[in-house]
Write a protein that binds this ligand. Structure first.
Ligand code: SF4
Length: 274
C-alpha cells in the first residue's frame, strides 16, 4: 500500500519499501517511518559558536549529533558525505536514552545540551522529538541546525522542545530555492514561527553569481528585521564543494560588503569562513 509523507513540502508518495527524496524516511507496511532513527554518523562536543550560534550561551560547549539524509539538493553541500547519503552509510546505534546519558556525562566539560546538526535533522523528526523531551527532563538545552524545510504542523509541534535554532536562509529568491530543491516561503514561515518560540539565528551562504547581489541582501535583511531586528544573521563564504566546483570561493570583500548592507537593517550581523 502506498503512503504519503507529510513532513515536508515534497509530500513524497511512497510505495511499500520505497524511500523518500531525503533518503531518511520510507514506507514500511503502509506507514512512513524514519529509517535513520538513532543511527548516528557523527557525534562530537563542539563550541556552540561552531553551530553557528553567537548569542546563545556564548563560550559553552554542546554535544552535536548527526545522522544521514536531507530534503534539499544543494549542489554546494558542505556535508554531502552524510547529508547526501542513505541507509548504506556506516552508522552507530544511539537510542535517545544513551544520547542523553552522554550529554549529562559531558556537563563536566561545559556541555549545555544536544545540537541536532551535520545532516538535516528534521528528516529524522521522531529522533529529535524523542531526544529533545529527555534532554529537557535532564535540565539540558536543545539546539537545532536546520534548513527549515518542514510543514507547519510538525514544526509547531516540535518548537516547544527547542531552545535555540540556526536556520539556513539560502537566499531570497524563489528561483534559487527551486534550484536547491527547496521552497523559500516554507523557510520564511519556519523562521517566523521559530522567532515566536525560541532563540533564532539565521545563516546565509553567499555563492558567487547566484545569491550575491546587494539587492537580494537588502531584501533578505529587511524581511528578517521585520520578523525581529535582533535576529543575528551569519553571512558565510562559499568554498567549492560537492557538485559546485566550477567557481572560486566567494571574494572576502563581497561577504563584508553584504554584511554592511545587512547591518542597515539588523542589529547583529556576523561574517563566516572569512
Ligand atoms: S521528509 Fe523526506 S520523505 Fe518526507 S516528504 Fe520530505 S523528502 Fe519526502
Amino acid at each position: 500500500m502506498s503512503a504519503v509523507c507529510e513532513l515536508c513540502f515534497h509530500h513524497c508518495t511512497l510505495d511499500e519499501g520505497q524511500t523518500g527524496l531525503c533518503r531518511a524516511r520510507a514506507n514500511r507496511d503502509g506507514q512512513i517511518v524514519s529509517i535513520n532513527y538513532g543511527k548516528l554518523t557523527a557525534l562530537a562536543l563542539d563550541p556552540i559558536e561552531k553551530k553557528p550560534l553567537r548569542r546563545f550561551h556564548p563560550g559553552s560547549m554542546i554535544l552535536s549529533v548527526g545522522s544521514f539524509g536531507c530534503n534539499l539538493r544543494c549542489p554546494f553541500c558542505q556535508n554531502a558525505a552524510i547529508a547526501a547519503s542513505g541507509a548504506d552509510i556506516p552508522t552507530r546505534d544511539c537510542p535517545p536514552e544513551a544520547l542523553v546519558r552522554e550529554a549529562v556525562r559531558l556537563r563536566a566539560r561545559g556541555n549545555i545540551g544536544v545540537a541536532y546538526t551535520y545532516n538535516e535533522p528534521l528528516v529524522g523528526y521522531e529522533y529529535v522529538r524523542d531526544c529533545a523531551a529527555l534532554v529537557h527532563e535532564a535540565g539540558l538545552k536543545n539546539v537545532l541546525v536546520t534548513n527549515g524545510t518542514i510543514e507547519e504542523q510538525p514544526w509547531r509541534a516540535l518548537l516547544p522542545w527547542i531552545d535555540a535554532v540556526n536556520i539556513d536562509l539560502k537566499g531570497f529568491t524563489a528561483k534559487w530555492y527551486r534550484r536547491l530543491g527547496g521552497d523559500l516561503e516554507t523557510v520564511k514561515r519556519s523562521i517566523a514561527l521559530a522567532a515566536q518560540n525560541c532563540h533564532v539565528e539565521v545563516t546565509t551562504l553567499i555563492v558567487p553569481g547566484e545569491n550575491d547581489s546587494e539587492d537580494e541582501m537588502r531584501a533578505l535583511s529587511a524581511w528578517l528585521a521585520a520578523v525581529r531586528p535582533d535576529i543575528p544573521l551569519h553571512i558565510s563564504r562559499f568554498f567549492p564543494r560537492h557538485h559546485m566546483t566550477d567557481r572560486p570561493p566567494t571574494p572576502v570583500k563581497t561577504v563584508y560588503r553584504l554584511a554592511d548592507i545587512a547591518q542597515e537593517n539588523l542589529q547583529a550581523v556576523y561574517t563566516g569562513n572569512c
